[in-house]
Write a protein that binds this ligand. Sequence first.
Ligand SMILES: NC(=O)c1ccc[n+]([C@@H]2O[C@H](COP(=O)([O-])OP(=O)(O)OC[C@H]3O[C@@H](n4cnc5c(N)ncnc54)[C@H](OP(=O)(O)O)[C@@H]3O)[C@@H](O)[C@H]2O)c1
Length: 289
Amino acid sequence: MTRTRSLHPLPILALVFALIGLVGEALAGGHGRAPRPEDLLVDPAKRTDISGTVLITGANRGIGLELARNYAARGWAVIATARKPDKADELNAIAKANRKVSVERLDVLEQGQVDALAEKYKGQPIDVLLNNAAILGAKEPQTLGNYDMDLFLRVMNTNVAGPLRMTQAFLENVAASDQKKIVAITSVQGSITLIRSDTIQFYNSSKSALNMNMRAVSAAVKDRGITVALISPGAVDTDMMRTALAGTNFPMRLLTPADSAEAVINVIDQYGMELSGTFMSHRGSKIPW
Ligand SMILES: NC(=O)c1ccc[n+]([C@@H]2O[C@H](COP(=O)([O-])OP(=O)(O)OC[C@H]3O[C@@H](n4cnc5c(N)ncnc54)[C@H](OP(=O)(O)O)[C@@H]3O)[C@@H](O)[C@H]2O)c1
């Protein structure tokens, strides 16, 4: 006698919810369908001729490197930071060719290094403080049953406390500038509305926490005319994304880091006080919390 096994509905439901999460990410500007023109808050393809001084964390590779390269090409003064500046070959090559680019040592986990850099630049206006550095962490220790709480704390320390340390240390530099912008590179993965997957849980929750903290900062600095921008850079072909996608078959069209950086900078340029604290995609559209 053959027995037919009925499928349990729970795993099927979990799969459906995971797919909804990924599709949601696509719709929110990670990839996939572009937002409708009426949903655009700013135009990500529009370049301005604004320039100033930008400080970028994690500028030695990935999106941070391309942000540094792009700002430098636009004529900005770039303070590009890296944990290991001696090994930041591509970044050092940009600095060698452009005297407005300086490379500084900075690990955002180290309060002493943050303070030392802030002391070095004391009194110098910084138009855009660009908090880009972050870690994903290994995937397996972020799953229920395998939680590695040291990893959880390191992800939170880097991705949430790091930008807060930088914001506090460089607040007066930003306040003294013309453009007065604090930017956090966040992620659609931090959207509680859109993401239903249980993968990279620590990373995802760090971006939700980053959003909440920077939203609070936006309220705290509003009276000083400082804008706080929360920008997701899209799904970008970097070391981090390669780790995130490893072992999955989800087809994803990735942006180059250079294309992401171009869009992110255009969004930052147009991101005014009226948008402060808004969770936005590199496509210039709002992302739901
Ligand atoms: N790639 C994507 O699709 C994607 C999507 C959404 C959001 N994002 C966000 O975009 C930003 C850049 O990501 P990415 O894809 O370019 O990542 P990546 O290629 O892994 O680069 C991460 C950068 O952060 C630096 N970093 C890590 N920990 C640091 C610390 N403690 N102090 C200072 N720097 C540190 C790294 O420096 P080392 O070289 O020394 O490790 C590296 O320069 C991150 O905020 C990420 O969450 C990326």
